[in-house]
Design a protein around this ligand. Structure first.
Ligand SMILES: Nc1ncnc2c1ncn2[C@@H]1O[C@H](COP(=O)(O)OP(=O)(O)O)[C@@H](O)[C@H]1O
Ligand SMILES: [Mg+2]
Length: 227
């Protein structure tokens, strides 16, 4: 039996807030197979980001088990998690998270620089990735010189440049107008359809839903419609 790309087994995540415990995720079981495009919808504070962070090796669960490509990662050290995250995961955030002092080219190249790849290889891949998102002519621009839609396309190029196994998009259109939202969703959808990426996308609007191959919901830390 091939294993799922990501699997969560009875995962909970709690945060301490003063004397209180916040239950961000409650007993979540979930599987994402290779090639799926899954949307996670739910109100603000329902646990969507926490859910993405646990499957993307950003954070470890309080209880339960997380598997990435068949390997248990729930008890890894920060270094172990960060190695998986750097190699296997690409993130797209609501607020882009671009480095303000770096050009579009430098932002996109960063994951490869961190992997220690050689300069010539980096140049070709970064130029191709920027061309892929329609920004070949904006390589030397800094984030402040780009529109929101352009910044998010740079972030998409950065998320895929190292060919990660999993793309996690956390409300990628939450800070964009309707037209730019549409463009970014088309782009993410193309990455799924044409390039075969596995994608899990958190959202709290309805528009993205038609792009998904599967939809799950999150309410108060509980997953609805999971595996
Ligand atoms: N680092 C943290 N420390 C304390 N509480 C947190 C932390 N991260 C998230 N939370 C809390 O966990 C719950 C779920 O948050 P989150 O996963 O960000 O939800 P969503 O992405 O759906 O808005 C919220 O109550 C939030 O305040
Ligand atoms: Mg969130």
């Amino acid at each position: 039996m091939p294993h799922p790309l990501v699997e969560l087994k009875e995962v909970s995540k709690t945060y301490a807030a003063g004397d209180a415990l916040i239950h961000a995720l409650r007993d979540v079981s979930f599987r994402a197979e290779q090639g799926e495009f899954i949307t996670v919808s739910g109100p603000s504070g329902s646990g969507k980001s926490t859910f993405l962070h646990l499957m993307g090796a950003v954070d470890a669960p309080s209880s339960g088990e997380v598997f990435f490509d068949g390997r248990e990662i729930s008890r890894l050290s920060d270094e172990g998690l960060s190695e998986i995250r750097r190699k296997e995961v690409g993130f797209i955030h609501q607020f882009f998270h671009l480095m303000p002092t770096m050009t579009a080219y430098e932002n996109v190249a960063l994951p490869l620089v961190l992997q220690g790849q050689n300069r010539a290889g980096i140049k070709e891949m970064a130029e191709n990735a920027l061309a892929r998102v329609g920004l070949a002519n904006r390589m030397r621009s800094f984030p402040r010189q780009l529109s929101g839609g352009e910044m998010q396309r740079v972030a998409v190029a950065r998320a895929v440049i190292h060919k990660p196994r999993l793309i996690l998009a956390d409300e990628p259109t939450g800070n964009l107008d309707t037209e730019n939202s549409q463009n970014v969703l088309e782009l993410i959808s193309e990455l799924h359809r044409e390039d075969g990426f596995t994608i899990v996308m958190a959202t709290h609007d309805q528009m993205p839903l038609r792009y998904a191959t599967r939809r799950v919901g999150m309410v108060d830390g509980r997953l609805e419609g999971g595996c």
